[in-house]
Ligand binder design. Structure first.
Ligand SMILES: [Zn+2]
Length: 169
C-alpha cells in the first residue's frame, strides 16, 4: 500500500518478466528473441527483444532478456517506452515519466496534509476536518480525486495489453 505514496520504487512501473514466456520457451532451445507489440501512452511499439540463455541442470536452459539499451542479461525489463533494464530505467524516467508523476503525488499529499488525512493515496479519502468550510473541503476533495485519477491513469493504463511471441532466426 505504502508503495503508492512514492514513485521511487520500480514497482510502480510496467514490467516484463522473462518468466511470462516460460511456457513458450520451454518448448524450444533455439529461441533467440521475443517479438513484442503494445501501445504505451498512445504510441504503438513493435520490436524484438533479444534473449540469452544459460545452461542449468538436466540439460535445460534458463532464458534471460538482453536489455535492448545496454545488452545486459536480466530477468526483468521495465517500460520506458521501450523496455529496458533497471540500470537503464533511471535516465529514461528522469526525463519522461517520473517527474510529472512525482509532482502529482506531491500535490495529492499536500492536499491530504491540509485535510489531515494519512499520507498516501492508497489510504483513500478521510473525513472533513473540524472547522473547515464545506466549500473548501469539496474543492480540495475534487482536486484530490482528479489527481488520483490521473496517477492511476498514468501508472496503470500506460500499457494496453502487451502481445509477445517467441521467435527464431
Ligand atoms: Zn540496460
Amino acid at each position: 500500500m505504502a508503495a503508492l505514496a512514492t514513485t521511487s520504487s520500480l514497482s510502480n512501473y510496467p514490467r516484463l518478466s522473462i518468466s511470462r514466456y516460460r511456457d513458450q520457451l520451454r518448448q524450444t532451445d533455439r529461441a533467440n528473441k521475443v517479438d513484442v507489440n503494445y501501445s504505451y501512452r498512445g504510441k504503438a511499439y513493435s520490436y524484438s527483444i533479444r534473449l540469452d540463455k544459460t545452461a542449468c541442470h538436466f540439460g535445460n536452459y534458463r532464458y534471460w532478456w538482453l536489455c535492448p539499451s545496454c545488452s545486459n542479461r536480466v530477468a526483468v525489463l521495465y517500460c520506458a517506452g521501450i523496455y529496458v533494464c533497471r540500470g537503464c530505467i533511471g535516465a529514461c524516467y528522469a526525463s519522461q515519466l517520473q517527474q510529472p508523476i512525482d509532482r502529482l503525488f506531491s500535490r495529492a499529499d499536500a492536499i491530504r496534509q491540509r485535510l489531515g488525512w494519512q499520507s498516501g493515496i492508497a489510504y483513500g479519502n478521510g473525513s472533513k476536518p473540524k472547522g473547515m468550510h464545506s466549500k473548501t473541503f469539496d474543492r480540495l476533495v475534487n482536486e484530490h480525486d482528479r489527481i488520483v485519477q490521473r496517477i492511476c491513469g498514468a501508472t496503470m493504463q500506460m500499457i494496453d495489453k502487451i502481445k509477445g511471441s517467441v521467435s527464431y532466426e
